[in-house]
Design a binder for this molecule. Sequence first.
Ligand SMILES: Cc1cc2nc3c(=O)[nH]c(=O)nc-3n(C[C@H](O)[C@H](O)[C@H](O)COP(=O)(O)OP(=O)(O)OC[C@H]3O[C@@H](n4cnc5c(N)ncnc54)[C@H](O)[C@@H]3O)c2cc1C
Length: 400
Amino acid sequence: MHVIVIGAGLGGLCLAQRLRQDGISVSVHEQDPTPVFRDQGYRLHINADGRRALEHALPPRLWRLFLATAGTPGPRSVFLDEQLVPRWTAEAEPGPAPLAVDRLTLRQILLSGLDDIVTFGKTCTGFETTPTDAVATTNSRITAHFADGSTVTGDVLVAADGVNSVIRRQLLPHARVVDTGLRQLYGKIPLNDQTRELFSDDMFNVFTAIVGPRNAFIGVAPVEFPEPIHQAVLRHAPAVRLRAVQDYMTCSFGIRGEHLPRTDDELHRMTGAELRAMVLDLIDSWHPRVRRIVQEWDPASIFPAVLRTSVPIEAWPTTAVTLLGDAIHAMSPAGGVGANTALRDAATLADALNKAAHGRPLVTALRDYETATIDYGFAAVRASADNGHRFLGQNPLPTA
Ligand SMILES: Cc1cc2nc3c(=O)[nH]c(=O)nc-3n(C[C@H](O)[C@H](O)[C@H](O)COP(=O)(O)OP(=O)(O)OC[C@H]3O[C@@H](n4cnc5c(N)ncnc54)[C@H](O)[C@@H]3O)c2cc1C
């Protein structure tokens, strides 16, 4: 069995690591020219699902390196008003402590040891099944097509190609991704003796939201490495190459698009310094310390994002083409679990493919996986949309 994975994001790479460990043939095809090409946020909070998936996917030395580069923030989520008056606190779920990791560091760890199976600069444009009306039978083959005219053929095709998935558009043209109405600017503040003083102890928890009028909010969350990255690499996996990253605080600003003075196109054309100045205008009456925090935003790190969500759909007939992560259940960041759900998919799909490799009919194994992800994945989409609606003014999910 050969598994083709489109997309070397968190979900696709976690799946590839696990399949490689399990001895299942896999290749990954990524559109970006390099692993450090895109702005997709800085900090990721890894919950019990994400942790479990990574522990089973990574070889022991990479798992130890992951733990050695993962910060352990305070376990709570803290909500303050714009004058920094505490409003409420949410305790972490029982279980292992949540981790705060740097996205690029995690992606580099996930890429380690996969040089021979991950190809960059390959933009998938679609797929075909041979014979053309086949579902997942032992005789069907799936061919993925790429923009450079090349193709790759295998037995299973996994769409791990994120929120704009071309494979989802072809396989499930009725599945919709809609605007949440929210816009968010992401950036970071390097943590040093001077900037640390801006943040109260509370702000070193998993996530702190400072919420002001019109549901505008500043979100802060720490990424603190337990030891310098190069030291962690030397101790656990000297052959791995990780970029040096210093401790930082992620800082984001979110608000409904109509409350911004600029259009989406204008936001994408603005420099980091201009975006920061715009936010400082919008939070003019907020607590002076919040304004000082925003003033420390590294302009080079700031980028805007239009937040979108998938709309849950009913189960579809299973074929040898399946989907994971944002390709099927992109969600509002209000739940903070998009990446964790993609990692959980990778673990669940790897289990299913292992069973197929040991005799379970492929279509049955893939249906088991799809039944599971439709259940927990769309539950996460709904919960994130509800949170986003209640706290950030996100559009409710369309009902039809
Ligand atoms: C700014 C931002 C901040 C976020 N912060 C958090 C957070 O703090 N916590 C959290 O849990 N989640 C967060 N998320 C959500 C999280 O990033 C996603 O849920 C997660 O990355 C999904 O993983 P994935 O593997 O499904 O998709 P992705 O990680 O998006 O990977 C998809 C990959 O497919 C590639 N690709 C796309 N199209 C093609 C094609 N046609 N051919 C080949 N390759 C293709 C892409 O280049 C990409 O590498 C954030 C998202 C954004 C945008």
